[in-house]
Write a protein that binds this ligand. Structure first.
Ligand code: 76R
Length: 249
């Protein structure tokens, strides 16, 4: 058996996608819409305060295309917290105007591929904020997609020796580092938690950077040989003022 990669885990991540029922929203009376917004902003205000205090992470995004309209991103200490986040939104009067097209459960994951051998990653102060990300401080655009590492014939990531995986991940990291300052990546592990093996959450001030980075990564051996990808979701952050504008009908 190949030596498993050591991982350290941070907060649980729930990517909670919602689709607007615009017909129902428009058919509601102004009073019903106002009551719904009151509940929604109670919910967002509480979670934004926690994000700033770094006790959990939270962000709201409008999503392009048919796959979803809204994304509520949560980073929380425990699985029950993640469930509470979802149910908390479900209980608002706003929730009756949305459906749930997709969601993704995972945990922030850092691995020992590139860490110095004599240093436990938990003791590296630079890594700690990455385990507990402040979502409100991220750049405006988000890109989320799930992925696997292939297990097919000779292309089986899980049969590679640790040294081979380290070498491949080094090259992956080198490409990634070229985007330092332009992209923030949060890798979340989801083996045993959701349908794919990882969630990839990228933040950038320019959505074109997502295309450039992902395209360049495609030629890197780790992605070219072993990467399998799910659906991509791209959107823009919204503060409560932007949410009000988005929902104005
Ligand atoms: O954490 C680190 O910065 C160390 C280097 C590193 C690791 C260990 C790193 C750097 N990544 C790591 C792990 Mn990554 N990453 C992806 C994708 O679309 C694709 O082709 C793949 C999706 C992107 C775009 C990306 C970007 N990375 C991982 C893992 C876990 C693998 C495992 O354990 O087997 C996955 C699934 C994954 C996928 N990676 C970087 C980036 C970027 C931009 C960096 C540089 C980060 C920086 O230096 O700030």
């Amino acid at each position: 058996m190949a030596e498993p990669t050591l991982t350290i885990e941070g907060w649980y991540a729930l990517h909670d996608f919602r689709t607007m029922n615009w017909a129902a929203w428009k058919a509601a009376t102004p009073q019903e819409r106002e009551a719904a917004l009151l509940d929604l902003f109670d919910y967002t205000k509480t979670l934004r305060t926690r994000d700033q205090a770094r006790t959990s992470g939270f962000g709201v995004y409008k999503i392009a295309g048919h796959k979803a309209d809204l994304l509520f991103v949560h980073f929380v200490p425990t699985l029950p917290d993640a469930i509470d986040m979802e149910v908390g939104l479900d209980k608002t009067r706003f929730a009756q105007f949305m459906s749930k097209p997709y969601s993704y459960l995972s945990i922030v994951e850092l691995s020992n591929y590139l860490s110095k051998p004599d240093l436990a990653p938990e003791q590296d102060p630079e890594l700690l904020p990455r385990l507990h990300p402040e979502i409100g401080a991220m750049a405006d655009y988000i890109c989320f997609y799930p992925m696997n590492k292939r297990r097919m014939g000779d292309e089986n990531w899980y049969m590679l020796k640790m040294e081979q995986r380290v070498q491949l991940m080094r090259s992956h990291g080198m490409i990634g580092r070229k985007y330092a300052g332009k992209v923030t990546q949060i890798i979340t592990g989801s083996m045993g938690l959701d349908d794919w093996e990882w969630g990839v959450t990228l933040y950038s001030a320019d959505p074109l950077t997502f295309k450039k980075l992902v395209y360049e990564m495609r030629f890197d051996e780790v992605s070219a040989r072993y990467g399998e990808f799910g659906s991509f979701y791209v959107g823009q952050v919204m503060d409560d003022t932007a949410i009000s504008a988005y929902l104005r009908v």
